[in-house]
Design a protein around this ligand. Structure first.
Ligand SMILES: Cc1cc2nc3c(=O)[nH]c(=O)nc-3n(C[C@H](O)[C@H](O)[C@H](O)COP(=O)(O)OP(=O)(O)OC[C@H]3O[C@@H](n4cnc5c(N)ncnc54)[C@H](O)[C@@H]3O)c2cc1C
Length: 581
């Protein structure tokens, strides 16, 4: 292969990713005085990942909001697995970050008197709204304006690390094929989450690359089995993704196949505005009872609701029009909904400065473990901002860029390996196999030990038999091959962690329906040591945090509701479905 190698030297802060966490990291590193900040994205900064598809709402803790109450809600949503000090920092930072966004040119929905126009969405607090893709466009442009160097279309394949320190990253350009070596004093990983390339927008770029890169250099990861949201829910048959928050905020409802508004039964107060763990759990229970499909009914929305929807969700609304779901300014048909692929984040473990446990490596946004960063634009932004500032300090304090022990040659070979097997297995073929193993709702959304063991065996077979045979005809396929490798590793880590957590916390588990606050206030950690995977648990320092649950074992809330409704009973410590008796 005659692709050239380019060295990009003397970088203070290297930021990997083009979403909101990465862009805030780059901006704040620059503001903190870092001289050379380079941001690398496998697509185009601001046009990739989840951030540019976000559905128009930002969850911000305003000075007049009750921060303690918001902390409690987020901590509970995380089943008390949250790093509460980081969540507190995030809530405190979220309003200043919103003001930053405005200063950087992001257009937000404002009241005539100049205050923020907050509106009801899913959740207990009103949300701030923005105008779709303009948000990331404005942030990208601001970063460029203050001197952040952005490199687009460059797929980062590995971190560069030696002697326990990270000294940059390597990857290939997807148009020229040239190999790039970025040498940096500090590095921020902001590569997002994954949903196994489900059908929805934003999911094709979120391919777990950061988890794979971090794992391979021996960084400590955690949280693959849990998340503050097990999945999102989106239209099933239309290529329309974001929007549930807004449709539900405007008054749309969910109905099951029998036409029943089932969320009223499960969650009488918040109904469709319940948290995602509740919505996903109750979707799954309805499906298990044979009452799928789940349908969104927005046919009763009036002109004012529709006007706001067109403002906030112009693309989804137009897509609905194009298939006749919306006509003459009204929803005419019900829309089938489903959970997206299961979300997972076996993310990088970070401390309060977003430093990982590996020297000179920081992480932000959904590349971090879910205990550190809750899902959403605001937390991705606040974590990015802190990570960027910390990385700038680290670069400033460092003596120079550490060597790579001659690794670059090996990493280059690894990067281009699949091109040597042009007749090998196509990555999309392997992707389908992986999706069949992990995406069905009764594997990772409605869990049970033996089902997950079966899925893990399939994943291990894919790992051992398919991955070594992956082949790439060209640079596009080369990227897909690397993404597959990271997705398969992530599925393995997620399933292994999920099998270990023998309880129901915010994801249903049929064989362990209890929440075990005696034995399971723990994080499940993993790290690569040589060729072996080291798994261990660490106690959550709950005594040091403001909020602690009672140290008891109790039937999980998500099972208590269906038990009280007579849908399930608990026998011999397991769930029994009444309709199966
Ligand atoms: C459809 C949808 C709608 C949503 N709506 C909302 C909403 O309305 N409000 C809200 O608060 N949250 C919303 N969310 C969640 C929110 O978008 C995410 O929490 C947030 O954007 C995460 O930001 P991030 O920067 O961590 O990751 P992302 O935005 O996913 O960015 C990851 C970046 O890493 C890059 N990358 C990955 N691997 C590599 C690699 N190997 N080399 C180089 N670059 C790489 C990707 O190209 C991408 O730019 C939504 C999510 C989805 C999927």
């Amino acid at each position: 292969m005659d692709y050239q190698t380019h060295e990009v030297r003397d970088i203070d802060v290297l930021v990997i990713g083009g979403g909101i966490a990465a862009t805030f990291a780059a901006i704040k590193a620059k503001e903190a005085g870092a001289r050379r900040v380079v941001q690398v994205d496998k697509g185009t900064v601001g046009k990739t990942g989840n951030s540019c598809f976000a559905a128009g709402v930002i969850h911000v803790c305003f000075p007049e909001d009750d921060l303690d109450d918001r902390l409690m809600r987020l901590t509970r949503a995380e089943g008390y697995l949250a790093q509460q000090d980081l969540i507190q920092d995030h809530l405190q930072d979220s309003y200043p970050i919103l003001e930053d966004m405005r200063r950087y040119g992001v257009r937000l929905v404002m009241n005539p008197d100049g205050t923020y126009g907050r509106m009801a969405g899913r959740g207990a607090y009103p949300v701030v709204m923005f105008y779709s893709t303009q948000l990331m466009d404005a942030l990208r442009q601001h970063a460029q304006a203050i001197g952040v160097e952005q490199v687009n279309r460059l797929y980062v394949s590995e971190l560069l690390a030696g002697n326990g320190e990270v000294s940059g990253a390597v990857g290939f350009h997807q148009y020229s094929g040239d190999f790039y070596v970025f040498r940096s004093r500090s590095t921020v990983l902001a590569t997002g989450s994954t949903y196994y390339k489900g059908i929805h927008p934003g999911q094709r770029d979120c391919t777990a690359d950061g988890f794979g890169m971090a794992y391979r250099i021996g960084a400590t990861l955690c949280g693959g089995e849990q998340n503050d949201q097990p999945a999102n829910a989106m239209p099933a048959r239309v290529d329309v993704g974001p929007g549930m928050n807004k449709w539900m905020g405007e008054g749309a409802v969910f109905r099951n196949a029998k036409g029943e508004r089932f969320m009223e039964r499960y969650s009488p107060k918040l109904k469709e505005r319940s948290g995602l763990p509740q919505i996903i759990a109750f979707f799954c229970i309805e499906a298990r009872m044979g009452r799928a499909p789940i349908l969104m009914d927005a046919t009763h929305l009036g002109p004012e609701n529709m006007e706001r929807l067109y403002q906030m969700l112009p693309l989804p609304q137009r897509e609905f029009e194009s298939i006749g779901v919306v006509k003459d300014g009204k929803f005419q048909k019900l829309v089938e909904f489903c959970p997206t692929g299961p979300t997972t984040r076996p993310g990088v473990v970070v401390d309060r400065s977003y430093a990982s446990r590996t020297a000179r490596l920081f992480a932000a946004g959904e590349a971090c473990s879910p205990s550190a960063v809750v899902t959403g634009l605001a937390a991705a932004a606040t974590s990015g901002a802190r990570a960027g500032a910390s990385a700038a300090r680290c670069a400033h304090d460092s003596n120079g860029i550490v060597g790579d022990n001659g690794l670059v040659g090996e990493l280059r070979e690894r990067a281009f390996g699949p091109l040597a097997r042009a007749g090998g297995l196509e990555p999309d073929h392997v992707l389908l196999e992986l999706q069949e193993a992990v995406i069905p709702y009764d594997v990772l959304l409605l869990r049970e030990g033996s089902r997950m063991e079966r899925a893990l065996k399939r994943v291990e077979t894919i790992r051992d038999q398919d991955l070594p045979m992956l082949g790439a005809y060209d640079l596009h396929y080369l990227r897909l091959c690397h993404e597959m490798r990271n997705l398969v590793l992530t599925a393995e880590l997620q399933l292994k962690a999920a099998i270990q957590r023998t309880e129901t916390r915010n994801i249903l588990r049929e064989d362990y329906p209890f929440t075990d606050n005696v034995n399971w206030l723990k994080w499940i950690m993993v790290r690569k040591e040589g060729d072996r995977q080291k798994w261990w648990t660490e106690d959550i320092p709950i005594e040091r945090y403001p909020l602690a649950p009672k140290r008891e074992v109790e039937l999980a809330y998500l099972w208590r509701v269906p038990r009280d409704l007579g849908i399930v009973s608990i026998q011999d410590g397991r769930v029994q479905w009444e309709f199966e008796k």
